[in-house]
Design a protein around this ligand. Structure first.
Ligand code: 5GP
Length: 114
């Protein structure tokens, strides 16, 4: 068993409501949604945090945003708008140490986020 929860979702060791997948990226609904639409978009390659990103990861991280755009369109929130968030380390609210974009939609978001 892997110590990385999201690697276990990629390998289907633990179930998730997967809504999008390609060679590099997987997306599934958050188990504790903070909005009517709350999807986690992850690279299949394990990178622990934004701090661990290297130049060679640039294209892969761009693919996370392309997936977010596609999912937002498919899920019907693109026109109204949505929020994309990536938390980094404990101070940023990160709890799972495999980088992931949160795609949140279906309600109004305020700024600053609090
Ligand atoms: P973070 O706090 O690291 O930015 O976000 C981690 C997210 O993963 C949280 O929103 C949490 O609800 C979600 N999460 C944690 N465990 C699971 C799980 O087993 N399945 C799914 N689908 N989401 C999870």
């Amino acid at each position: 068993m892997s110590e990385d929860l999201f690697l276990k979702i990629i390998s289907r060791e633990i179930p998730a409501d997967i809504i999008y997948e390609n060679n590099d990226v997987l997306a599934f609904r958050d188990i504790n949604p903070q909005a009517p639409l709350h999807v986690l978009i992850i690279p299949k390659l394990r990178v622990r945090t934004i701090n661990d990103m290297q130049t060679q990861h640039a294209e892969l991280f761009g693919k996370l945003f392309l997936a977010a755009r596609e999912i937002a369109l498919e899920q019907g929130v693109a026109e109204d708008g949505y929020r994309v968030v990536m938390n980094c380390n404990e101070g940023g609210g990160q709890t799972v140490f495999h980088v992931h974009l949160h795609l949140l939609g279906g309600r109004q978001f305020g700024w600053p986020p609090g």
